[in-house]
Design a binder for this molecule. Sequence first.
Ligand SMILES: [Zn+2]
Length: 320
Amino acid sequence: MSDRYVCSVDIGGTKIACAIMAFPADGSRPHSVYEAEVATDAAEGGEAVYARVAAAVRAALDAFDGEVLGVGIGSAGVVDPKTGGIAYANEIMPGWGGIALGPRLAEELDMPVAVTGDVHAHALGEARWGVGRGYESVLCLGIGTGIGGAFVMDGRVMRGSHGAAGHMGHIESTAAAGIPCACGRSGHLESVASGTSIGRIFEERYGRVDPSRPTVGRDVNDLVAAGDPRAIEVVSEAGRALGASLGTLANILDPAVIVLSGGVIHEGTGWRSETWRASVAEGYRSQALDPLEDTPILIGVLEGEAPLIGAAENLLDTLR
Ligand SMILES: [Zn+2]
């Protein structure tokens, strides 16, 4: 067998990344042989975003001199597992919900296209080629502006009957009681443990870090690294809330390993600090049942490559 190539796309609220991923014949780790990135400009609406995705894929196929097996896409929003269309997208991507992404692109390009959620793609990448490799089951959580996740069992992502499985930011958290959530409900984990929430909570208690702009998670991370007790307090609370929810999820799923990933974790040192990790572990132990107390909680290693690798793997799965 020779090397195989897949065009891979990661569609987020701020950028669209497009790559040609090579899967070496010797079975070694896939890597990109072409990479490009454009702004999503999501405010322009779903049709405009679709046009940019199609243009990015065409540019990648034109630039690559070789046979590409198909297009694997990981997209923000909820992807209908049966059709590959976007079933739902929040206000960050207006008009993206309802776009028949997979079928339209497949017809336009006359090649196989497989679409899955961006968080699902990320988890599949980490489970097959990242820190989750070799584990029978992986519970993966992405912590950034929001919190999402996926459960991968025997190398397959549990997508759910609506494609919406893994919205782990939107489970009830005691620490979030009464706090409004971005989804329109209240009391959800995301409202106390995401990067956005860390910034908001710090600002509510202690004012802005930089008076000229709203405080973001990154600011608080930097203060943790500098030993600021107020920041340590806020980040520790967020870590404990996240850990407690991880314990609850472990009680349901009993994963072989838990993998934490996402922009915020990799951006700053604060999230990777002992402070945060110790509080996550403390929260976890407060909820996980005894047989689950030693489940490893690891940090993802593939970062931005994870969704591209996962989306390509998902395409290859559909061809098998
Ligand atoms: Zn919510």
